[in-house]
Write a protein that binds this ligand. Structure first.
Ligand code: B1M
Length: 209
């Protein structure tokens, strides 16, 4: 088994102890942070999702896999975030109301930090009013994440709440997450959609340009 396979298996097994050890070993062996993330950890989470759909994994297995992935990400973080850059803009991020998924949002935060943005993370299950309050306090970009088809409507109601508060012109709105599409982003009035964390960083730079 090579380093990537070990990471993949450790995340799949939800092994919180082995995952960061294997991530460190892979980095020490010269494997790139991007390969570890994409081919090891994200690939394993996709397989977790597939096993869940097949009724082979249940919520507890998804949960421990997520914990293992987070443990691995803590080792990878310094390689994705380039510290000491002068902030190019402020981004407020959050997973919309009703949705507890935060791994993708956290990755987006790391990549944006790496691109020089200051990040304020509101966490998960964030109500529209909390996003409105954050925009009122001054921010360049608001990033909304949703992983459930059932919480896509929270994305739309958040944007509506920002419009109703008269703040739509004060902020750029960026959306993403597995069920989100470019078409949906346009339909709800977002300024941009990114399918993954690295494209989120590129999008954020173009939104403030
Ligand atoms: Co959940 N879950 N889950 N889950 N879970 C999914 C999303 C699911 C697809 C699994 C499946 O059926 N195959 C399915 C949703 C189906 C649907 O709606 N169509 C699902 C379900 C059904 C559920 C529950 C309802 C299960 C239940 O209780 N019966 C429940 C809902 C709880 C809730 O939120 N209210 C639930 C719970 C959970 C856990 C808590 C156990 C756990 C989350 C733990 C955590 O996040 N702290 C969990 C997990 C781990 C998953 C899967 C397996 C993995 C998600 C993940 O972290 N992926 C997931 C299946 C899958 O994704 N294949 C699944 C890795 C991550 C890097 O990718 O989050 O897509 P992702 O983020 C990407 C892009 O989407 C994008 O960039 C990221 C990095 O490249 N992106 C953005 C994300 N946000 C962005 C924002 C941007 C731009 C890009 O701009 C602002």
């Amino acid at each position: 088994m090579d380093e990537i396979d070990e990471i993949y298996e450790a995340v799949l097994d939800g092994d919180m102890r082995a995952t960061p050890e294997y991530v460190q070993a892979a980095l020490d062996a010269g494997v790139s942070a991007s390969a570890i993330l994409q081919e090891g950890m994200i690939a394993a989470m996709n397989e977790v999702g597939r096993l869940f759909e097949e009724d082979e994994y249940f919520v507890p297995e998804m949960l421990i896999a997520a914990r293992a992935m987070k443990a691995g990400l803590s080792i990878l973080r310094p390689f994705l975030v380039d510290a000491g850059i002068e902030p190019v803009g402020k981004v407020v991020l959050g997973t919309v109301q009703g949705d507890m998924h935060d791994i993708g949002k956290n990755l987006v935060g790391m990549m944006l930090e790496g691109a020089g943005f200051e990040i304020v993370d509101l966490g998960t299950d964030v109500a529209p009013a909390q996003f409105v309050e954050a925009v009122r306090n001054g921010v360049d970009i608001l990033g909304l994440s949703a992983l459930l088809t059932t919480t896509l409507s929270s994305m739309e109601s958040t944007i509506k709440a920002i419009e109703e508060a008269g703040l739509r012109g004060a902020v750029k709105l960026m959306v993403g997450g597995a069920p989100v599409t470019d078409g949906y982003a346009r339909k709800i009035g977002a300024d941009g959609y990114a399918p993954d964390a690295s494209q989120a960083a590129t999008l954020a730079i173009s939104l403030i340009a």
